[in-house]
Design a protein around this ligand. Structure first.
Ligand SMILES: Nc1nc2c(ncn2[C@@H]2O[C@H](COP(=O)(O)OP(=O)(O)O)[C@@H](O)[C@H]2O)c(=O)[nH]1
Ligand SMILES: [Mg+2]
Length: 204
């Protein structure tokens, strides 16, 4: 498998909509999730760069699609999609977010897979399910990371993961949808996530 050095990630560009995204070239993977689920922290753990994605105190502010490129393999990109579900954001803004997301998922050929970031204590909220559905509609694989696993016991985290996998299996989705636990504090699951993304990016 092609070696993918996530620690060479560097900010590339912010796009307010699909039109401003970098050219379709190479391969990219995108991160999505509710505000505060731990998306920025996960990106920073993956890239071993605590300053890559800003972990914000004011969620819901940015509606930009942020692109990062891997300097060792510049054709590979990581995409940070705007967080969703932040209560104080207006309805109009929420709808605009859904439109942009749908547009991006439908049109973006070089998108190889989607990471859905969810707090292990509160997975599969309505908007998470909506995102899952959109990913499946666009025939894209989706990998769920259950973050903040350090916040609960190992047994409880494993149980949540088990239940989630059972649900996927029952719905016949377990070939396209995978899941793992994750913690940016303890490093739980960082290597597992890196492997998944490397296989998507390299197509191996
Ligand atoms: N204990 C713990 N806290 C986390 C973890 N990941 C994120 N956080 C905290 O959760 C809050 C939101 O994280 P952030 O990465 O900004 O979430 P985002 O809005 O999804 O990008 C911050 O206070 C983080 O420090 C984790 O794995 N463990
Ligand atoms: Mg963030």
């Amino acid at each position: 498998m092609t070696r993918v050095n996530f620690n060479t990630a560097k900010f590339l560009v912010s796009a307010p909509s699909l039109k401003q995204c970098p050219p379709e070239q190479g391969a990219e993977v995108a991160f999505a999730g509710r505000s505060n689920a731990g998306k920025s922290s996960a990106l920073n753990s993956l890239t071993r760069n605590s300053k890559l994605a800003r972990t914000s105190k004011s969620p819901g502010c940015t509606q930009l699609i942020n692109f990062f490129t891997l300097q060792s393999t510049p054709d590979y990109r990581i995409v940070d999609l705007p967080g969703y579900g932040y209560a104080k954001v207006s309805q109009a803004m929420k709808e605009r977010w859904q439109e942009h997301l749908t547009e991006y998922l439908d049109a973006r050929q070089c998108l190889k897979g989607l990471v859905l970031v969810m707090d292990v204590r509160n997975p599969m909220q309505d908007l998470d399910k909506m995102l899952l559905k959109r990913a499946l509609d666009s025939q894209r694989p989706l990998h769920m990371i259950l973050t903040k696993s350090d916040k609960i016991s190992r047994g409880a985290a494993q149980n949540t993961l088990f239940q989630l996998r059972q649900g996927l299996k029952k719905s016949g989705l377990d070939d396209l949808v995978t899941a793992q636990t994750f913690s940016s504090v303890t490093g739980d699951g960082v290597d597992e996530l890196a492997k998944k993304l490397a296989s998507w990016l390299s197509g191996e």
